[in-house]
Design a protein around this ligand. Structure first.
Ligand SMILES: [Ca+2]
Ligand SMILES: [Ca+2]
Ligand SMILES: [Ca+2]
Length: 225
């Protein structure tokens, strides 16, 4: 952005002011539309379509020209290849024909909006009743942990969709923590829930045999032999 602003050019003396008017009429709320159209001013509205060697068109100006000056037909293109499409840049007030000038990245973490598990469970594997999260740009990962410390976005265990269940290592009262992250590596705060796991021990812990003359008279199913 700074570099771009240093580059003054004769701008409007070359560009047709009708193009600037059309841009401002199409995007009246874009910060770009508030820029100067005075010839020769650095970073003026001419820079939307013209590069550092004005009057040559930059990548956005070229795309606009190729479209027949149809702004609306190139909004979803990323003319300068900086990963932000043209309308995103226009709305943000950055230049769609200058890859060095682009919107700031996603700095806002997702929010976990709901998380719950059954209060009791007879199995180490507990169903996740609800686990939802939102993010202004998009949630890219979900994670359950058993500690309250915020996990790293680059650590293991993240899944692209919310898990349907979680398996604990042993029985007892457990507090799982639910986290979400976005593509920029921002990790949410957690929501937690509590589940008490009780495993019934109905299985026999020892076997008793009945022997007569050195032979067992019950088989493993308890039948006389
Ligand atoms: Ca772009
Ligand atoms: Ca750009
Ligand atoms: Ca975000």
């Amino acid at each position: 952005m700074a570099l771009m602003r240093m580059v003054a050019f004769s701008g409007m003396s070359h560009a047709k002011s009708s193009y600037a008017s059309a841009f401002k009429n199409t995007y009246p709320s874009s910060p770009l539309s508030a820029l100067s159209t005075v010839s020769g001013q650095a970073g003026n509205l001419c820079a939307v379509c013209h590069g550092t060697s004005a009057p040559a068109l930059n990548s956005y100006g070229t795309a606009d020209s190729n479209s027949g000056r149809n702004f609306g037909s190139i909004t979803t293109q990323d003319s300068d290849g900086d990963t932000f499409n043209n309308i995103t840049e226009i709305n943000a007030g950055t230049f769609p024909g200058n890859p060095a000038c682009k919107p700031a990245g996603d700095a806002t973490a997702p929010v976990v909006t709901a998380f719950s598990v059954p209060a009791t469970s007879g199995s180490l594997t507990v169903a996740i009743t609800s686990f939802t999260a939102t993010d202004a740009v998009g949630v890219t990962g979900y994670l359950l942990t058993e500690i309250s410390a915020k996990p790293s976005a680059t650590g293991g265990g993240w899944s692209a969709t919310a898990p349907a269940n979680y398996t604990f290592g042993d029985a007892g009262t457990k507090t799982p923590y639910a986290w979400a992250k976005d593509a920029a590596g921002n990790v949410s705060n957690s929501l937690s829930a509590s589940a008490t796991i009780t495993i019934s021990d109905a299985a026999a812990t020892s076997l008793v045999g009945v022997f007569k003359n050195g032979k067992r008279h019950l088989d493993l199913d308890g039948n006389d032999t």
